[in-house]
Design a protein around this ligand. Sequence first.
Ligand code: GLA
Length: 387
Amino acid sequence: MNEILIKDTKAFYQKTFNAPAGTIILSPGRINIIGEHIDYNDGYVLPAAIDKIICFAFEKNNTKIAKIHAIDLDESFEIDVTSKQELTDSVWTNYLRGVLNQLHLKGYALEGFNCTFSSNIPSGSGLSSSAALECGFLYGINELFNLGIKPIDIALMGQSAEHWVGINCGIMDQFSSVMGLEDKVIKIDCKTLEYTYHDANFVDYSLILFDSNVKHSLFTSEYNTRRIECGEGLDIIKANYPEITSFRDCDVNHVTSLQSKMTDNVYRRSLYVVKEIKRVIQACVALDGGDILTLGKLMFETHDGLSVNYEVSCDELDYLVELAKAEDTVIGSRLMGGGFGGCTITLVKKGSEEAVKAKFSKLYLDKFGIELKIHDVKVSNGTSLYK
Ligand code: GLA
């Protein structure tokens, strides 16, 4: 499937600019096994890059103008790469403008280029198409002009571009999009940015993404609010336990002992964060040991926390997890990504995938009148130059 996308993107470039593109970049979306809303809370996450990608075709044009065409939207824009960028009403261009601003801030002198891109990452599904966009675009400029930016810095600059657009996100999406490896999940320590690769081996189970096909508009404002609430929670904990510097130093008792000093929201957010940090550590041990039943159980617990205490779920996602709990051949499921829509990530016994897909699709349609989308994904390499 990606070969067709690559071929089409190259052909489109050739047709648009009357010349071949010399630099082709593939930049993937991501899944996250466990560790949600934990990257900006100094915890650990367990994401992986997937085989759904944005393909970019680039070439220098010896001007100071970037001419960029989004094939899927059939929209273009041109900008002077030497000038400072401002936010506009066009969201997709803002991500790219944000990347250019990052390059300015770091003092890189830019020249003009042409670029076309096309994607098969479902957008609005919580698979981080925006991280793939930022990181792939930056990776391409880095290659084109030999800027020598290290992969980890591509991820960090991509994250800063996303902040500029308005979501105060953590590092997980950009990190996994850039640093992914085939058949490996990445355990990222979001405090130190140290990371280790672990086999994405789910033994007798398949990972399936059930896509609620909804995206509630609350996402950005609630996301940013969660960050503020967690900051408040941590400040209260630090003020009362000076030895604590981060949520990862906490036990549940540190939070429960301070309940009366916190608002109800801040209390519940903090409780979720402390528990989730511990779950990721357990989940990684379970995955390494092939104990997929334990991993699945932890995923269900994460969903409950996200739904009840962190309050980033919605009826559609809760229903999908309810269906998963009721199914003998499903051992774990939870909402994945920021929440308020998008996908659940679900572990289904091999051999029963099709039956489960058919059953969930019917029940979901009956309940909400919305078609359930389903994505089969393969754990794949991070952003790369295509040769
Ligand atoms: C979004 C953000 C990430 C992360 C997840 C929730 O995808 O971009 O940084 O916080 O939500 O885990």
